[in-house]
Design a protein around this ligand. Structure first.
Ligand code: FEO
Length: 396
């Protein structure tokens, strides 16, 4: 029924793929699915590191029993209580009487709130060690990567880090489980989308986690989503370090909202102006066509952002407004910003865009501009300072 996948001798990968779910957290598209990873450590004492989303693991409990044979499961270590990982906890607890649950104080508050479980708890703090016999597990508190209870588990003897959501990615695993068995180019965009959509808001906490992890020689990273990094963990560590510093690359994401094509034509004019001024990486998105998940990913990647929107009921076009609110929710920083708005008889969009710019405190590269009606060759020239200013600032 399942494949037996060894991370090392007697540490098993128990991940499952979910290609059915359309939206992760019922908001983020999953065009390539997602994996939920769990791990089983079969030592003198046995430990399961996290479970999987309910209903995705088939006979998850039966598979654990199959792997352990006559031996019992002693511990369940909870890295993270979000239901994509805690979904099978009740089944695991029910099937393993006397099972001890390892977590921190916050873990247990959420555990009780979700499942009413209050017994057999082993509370751990930063640096505490659990001795399984041949292996010693050290717990590293990494709050807010991605919930307040999140923690990592480090196996000293083998340098294995069970990292929770950190270093994970969207995208189901197509046979390959380890980084040397996959085509990384498939995961690169999905990994940044996962980071920016799920973990990015807590980038300062990711940096704090890095400071703690720097003392540990990590040889293998076992995240809760995506591949296990056993050959080149430095690659994913480097990516997360860069992304969490919010240092965008030289390039621009231009997002527009257009009902009948006028604003879209201005967007293309501005994009052409960027290219003409030497900006090679320019991505143009129609906010009505591209899900914000992908736009947020691209905005995370690049330093420059240009927003252009039409007025709708004397306000910003709703989908663009929703996107700007999400930029704020996600605490996206260090961007260069250009703005333009359009209207037919009265304004509204640009006023709201300017209010957004004041709140988010990104550096504006030029005075925001507005165009009424048809964007004629003459009228669009008011946008020249936007692409000129953006190109100059990106290269300065
Ligand atoms: Fe994969 Fe925050 O859960």
């Amino acid at each position: 029924m399942y494949s037996r996948v060894n991370v090392t001798d007697r540490i098993y990968y128990l991940g499952v793929n979910d290609r059915r779910k359309e939206l992760f957290e019922n908001i983020w598209p999953l065009p390539y699915g997602v994996s939920y990873n769990s791990y089983l450590i079969d030592d003198d004492r046995t430990a399961l590191v996290d479970t999987v989303e309910m209903g995705t693991g088939g006979d998850f409990v039966g598979w654990i029993k199959e792997l352990l044979g006559e031996r019992k499961l002693d511990y369940l270590i909870i890295s993270h209580m979000e239901p994509d990982h805690s979904g099978e906890i009740e089944n695991v607890v029910r099937a393993n009487p006397g099972l001890k649950i390892v977590g921190n104080k916050k873990t247990f508050q959420i555990l009780e709130a979700f499942f009413g479980i209050t017994d057999n708890l082993v509370e751990v703090k930063d640096g505490d060690v659990l001795d399984l016999g041949h292996r010693k597990l050290t717990f590293v508190m990494t709050p807010w990567v991605h919930w307040p209870e999140t923690m990592m588990t480090y196996v000293t003897e083998e340098g294995i880090l069970f990292s929770g959501d950190a270093f994970g990615t969207f995208g189901a695993l197509s046979g390959g489980v380890f980084d040397d068995e996959i085509d990384f180019s498939f995961f690169q965009g999905e990994m940044l989308r996962y980071y920016s959509n799920i973990v990015g808001k807590y980038s300062n906490m990711v940096q704090r986690a890095f400071a703690k992890l720097s003392a540990l020689p990590v040889r293998t990273i076992c995240p809760l989503h995506g591949p296990v990094w056993r050959t080149d963990p430095g690659k994913v560590l480097g990516l997360y370090d860069r992304w969490s510093k919010q240092e965008g690359e030289e390039g621009v994401v231009l997002v527009y909202a257009s009902m009948y094509g006028n604003t879209a034509r201005i967007a293309d004019y501005v994009a052409r102006g960027l290219a003409d001024n030497g900006v090679k990486e320019v991505l143009v998105h129609d906010v009505s066509k591209t899900h914000m998940s992908f736009i947020i990913r691209d905005v995370w990647k690049y330093r420059g952002v240009i927003l252009g929107g039409c007025t709708y009921n004397a306000e910003m076009f709703p989908l663009l407004e929703s996107l700007t609110r999400e930029f704020e929710h996600m605490s996206i920083k260090n961007k260069l910003l250009g703005l333009f708005g359009t209207y037919a008889w009265n304004g509204g969009c640009l006023r709201r865009l300017k209010e957004f710019a004041e709140r988010i405190k990104w550096e504006t590269v030029a005075e925001p501009v507005e165009i009424m009606g048809q964007p004629t060759e003459e009228k669009v020239k008011v946008c020249d300072p936007i692409f000129q200013g953006m190109a100059a600032r990106l290269k300065s």
